[in-house]
Design a binder for this molecule. Structure first.
Ligand code: ADP
Length: 797
């Protein structure tokens, strides 16, 4: 089918596709159009990676908008949202407005009502439904990308429930679900009342094979010699072989998939030794520039390691990388400047980085729940392999697994090459998933009775798949009990209603169990305030004696409520004094560590693992800082509970270091994490503390000020005296400290202090200084004529 013959699209779109080089629809795309894709019919497209699923989505969305509707595109990862938005924005010249909704969960995003296409994660869509976004009613088309993720224990239930709710809101909604080629795509189509396009067609041939000895054996029976030379090193030999290619100007890049971040980094170091031999002089200088850009993003060890590999034409890619790093690496790989990426499987999920050759080096991975190495799913390996072959550039793609002996070669063929992908199974009947979703379903008015809830659940994939309907009923009853006991719902005869606090919990997008933990912890703090402050005062006296040798411990113990007043805070509660007793303390209670620990032990925070030796370290810390914890500390004999407590403590300590202004680099070293992980923990903590602040204010708890301070400190990564400065756009934690040391201590000082003093503290960066002064509201921010050397000596920290 020719794109020129497509009907029902906004004017100009078929011609634009033609100009992009898309003249003919790929066969699965044509099949989708024949099934009514551009007439509003629902569809499940289960086709391999890189076979044009995005265009299927675009055709559905554009035709829906042309009929006067509004489309929603649900992405599986936040990182993909902006990529997709950028892709769809090329339709703006045909009158299509595109918006992306990320960030703050607790908002209804009313501005999105003016957009024709909206891109969001399933978590975000779920929260928009909870916050009753008015434009939800106008949706006419929803696309679910990577719908096979309903199989994912953690994220699947949200996608499943969200689709069910959207369909309940608008029964004639067009649902287009894009899926990898899973075993039971038909079942998914049944659930969504959609037709099915199921195809193994690919735009470019894919040869799959296993390397063993000195050759790759492919699935078509052919072989390619790739001798490993001394040391039996298969991966470097395969990467070098792809770069050799089959003739002049036929250099092929490689993607190497490994099973851990550490392995990705060490493999990249090794592969850099290979790629280095294949780069030209021009490429070398371009790569040097790229390496400098990478170092500019952050001055951490990860950044340095990445820059070193990139300078030689190789890179690593994993979830611990900062997103700026990821983008730089992906772009340079697409431009063929970087010749080899060593990646963990995150890259296979969605990011469009095709490569001549894919090497699946590790097909087993450590699984914590399982307690050992576990083979990857066929689906995952197929998705990695699907990244092989760049249409228009390569004659075909090659995907290679590695084996050490003939037996395991045959096993790999059986297990991954000849095998079909697994079926997907709903994970909705798990208790944590239902806890969250049942409360939301009641709070947002989708159901008011137990029967109504069960009826709603009947529209999920779980119901389509299960042959034990009783199970969902049992879990539902248990969960309703839990929600009632914790005060999130109440029953009146047959009617279930969310309580005010239940509504808040649902809108804040918290797992009700996290909310219960936080509320219990903060109530406990209110009840034990005086007694704990006394304990802490005793401890402070001895701590200040040893403070000289430990600079971190000298942080001022200013009352949190004063601090909030200084910063122009607006927290809601009215009681600021310790009215339980007339005992006066200068300490803040609860302490930041206590609060960080509280949010770190909720199920909404991924805690750091305890490594060997950590148990002793954190057990000791646990006893040292016992008065700070909110709630009862489990005893060492409660093995699992105590272990969890310590993991939460390790995570809380990381946050404490961050807000005590410890260098990012020191933190990555101390906790064995990447800079991306620090940011992830910080963002989650900020969100959870924001939620805690809301709960505390709504329940009139005294801790509300302390919570607010802890949230701000983690948000900016600074001690309390810097909060005012760090809140100014462009300042950040390091510059705030330098300004403060130079005597510029507040936003007001930025407006009034001597400019040469400010410039010196900012190391002579004029543009930066001007931007900061402007953001602080200084009338004349210009730094022309100012000379930093005029600043007094004490202005150079
Ligand atoms: P998927 O989402 O299935 O992994 P994409 O939608 O990213 O794959 O498509 C891969 C590439 O194929 C994109 O660069 C896209 O522009 C191109 N493409 C899609 N459909 C066609 C077509 N009919 N003709 C030519 N190129 C196409």
């Amino acid at each position: 089918m020719r794109t020129a013959d497509l009907t029902g699209l906004p004017e100009g779109v078929p011609e634009a596709l033609h100009d992009e080089g898309i003249e003919e629809l790929y066969p699965p795309q044509a099949e989708a159009v024949e099934a009514g894709l551009t007439d509003g019919e629902s569809l499940v497209a289960a086709v391999p990676t890189a076979s044009g699923k995005t265009l299927v989505a675009e055709l559905a969305m554009l035709s829906s908008v042309a009929r006067g509707g509004k489309a929603l595109y649900i992405v599986p990862l936040r990182a993909l949202a902006s990529e997709k938005k950028a892709e769809f924005e090329r339709w703006e010249e045909y009158g299509i407005d595109v918006g992306v909704s990320t960030g703050n969960y607790e908002s209804s995003g009313e501005w999105l009502s003016s957009r024709d296409i909206i891109v969001a994660t399933s978590e975000k869509v779920d929260s928009l439904v909870r916050n009753n976004a008015a434009w939800m009613d106008q949706l006419s088309c929803v696309v679910a990308d990577e719908v096979h993720l309903v199989n994912d224990r953690h994220r699947g239930p949200t996608l499943e429930v969200t689709l069910a709710k959207l369909r309940q809101l608008n029964p004639s909604l067009q649902v287009v679900a894009l899926s990898a080629t899973v075993g039971n795509a038909g079942e998914v189509a049944d659930w969504l009342d959609a037709s099915l396009v199921h195809s193994d067609w690919r735009p470019i041939d894919l040869k799959m094979g296993v390397h063993y000895g000195n050759a790759i054996t492919f699935d078509d029976g052919s072989q390619r010699e790739v001798p490993v030379g001394k040391g039996d090193r298969q991966t470097p030999a395969l990467v070098a072989d792809a770069l050799e290619g089959d003739g002049d100007d036929d250099q092929g890049s490689s993607l190497v998939f490994v099973n851990s971040r550490r392995n990705a980094e060490s493999a990249a170091r090794r592969m850099a030794g290979v790629t280095e031999q294949y780069i030209t002089g021009d490429e070398r200088s371009e790569l040097a520039e790229l390496a400098a850009e990478i170092r500019d993003v952050s001055d951490t060890e990860t950044s340095e390691d990445l820059a070193k590999a990139v300078a030689k034409g190789a890179a690593f890619h994993h979830a611990g990388l900062a997103s700026e790093h990821r983008t730089l690496v992906e772009d340079a790989f697409r431009d063929r400047l970087i010749k080899c990426i060593c990646a963990t499987p995150t890259l296979a999920a969605g990011v469009n980085t095709p490569s001549r050759r894919v090497v699946v080096r590790d097909w087993q991975r450590y699984d914590g729940d399982y307690g050992g190495m576990k083979p990857l799913d066929v689906l995952e390996v197929h998705q990695m392999m699907g990244r092989a072959g760049r249409p228009g550039l390569d004659p075909y793609g090659e995907a290679v697994l590695l084996s050490k002996d003939a037996d395991s070669r045959d096993e790999l063929f059986e297990r991954y090459i000849w095998a079909d992908a697994e079926d997907v199974h709903s994970k909705l009947a798990a208790e944590p998933a239902l806890r969250t979703h049942l409360l939301a379903t009641v709070a947002s008015g989708f159901a008011h009775t137990r029967e109504g809830l069960l009826e709603f659940l009947d529209q999920t994939l779980y119901a389509t798949q299960t042959d034990d309907p009783g199970r969902l009923e049992q879990v539902t009853d248990r969960v309703l009990d839990y929600l009632e006991v914790n005060g999130f719902v109440e029953f009146e005869d047959q009617t279930i209603r969310a309580t005010p606090i239940g509504h808040t919990v649902s809108r804040l997008y918290l797992d009700p169990m996290s909310a219960a933990e936080i509320i219990d912890g903060l109530r406990w703090a209110d009840d034990h305030r005086t007694e704990k402050l006394r304990e802490l005062e005793g401890e402070t006296a001895s701590a200040s004696r040893s403070a000289q040798s430990e600079p971190d411990a000298t942080a001022g113990f200013q009352r949190a409520s004063d601090m909030v007043a200084d910063a122009g805070g607006e927290a809601g509660s009215n009681s600021t004094s310790d009215d339980t007793d007339d005992f006066e303390s200068d300490r803040t209670y609860p302490t930041t560590l206590g609060l960080y620990h509280l949010v770190c032990r909720t199920p909404d925070m991924y805690q750091l693992y305890l490594k060997s030796g950590d148990r002793d370290t954190y057990t000791e810390l646990c006893y040292e800082r016992e008065p700070e914890f909110l709630g009862r500390v489990p005893s060492e004999y409660e093995d699992v509970a105590f272990e969890d407590w310590l993991s939460a403590l390790k995570t809380a300590r990381l946050l404490e270091d961050w807000s005590d202004e410890v260098d990012e680099d020191r933190i990555t070293e101390r906790y064995g994490v990447g800079p991306g992980d620090i940011r992830g923990k910080v963002e989650t903590a900020e969100w959870l503390l924001g939620a805690a602040e809301r709960l505390a204010s709504e329940l009139d708890l005294e801790s509300v000020y302390a919570v607010r301070e802890a949230k701000m400190r983690v948000q900016y990564g600074v001690n309390e005296e810097l909060l005012d400065l760090a809140g100014v756009r462009g300042v950040g934690r390091k510059r705030a400290r330098r300004l403060y040391e130079a005597g510029v201590e507040s936003r007001a000082d930025l407006r009034e202090a001597d400019k040469s003093r400010i410039l010196a503290a900012l190391r002579g960066r004029r543009k930066t200084a001007e931007n900061i002064l402007e953001a602080a509201g200084r009338k004349d921010p210009s730094m022309d004529e100012i000379d930093e050397s005029d600043a007094p000596d004490d202005a150079v920290p």
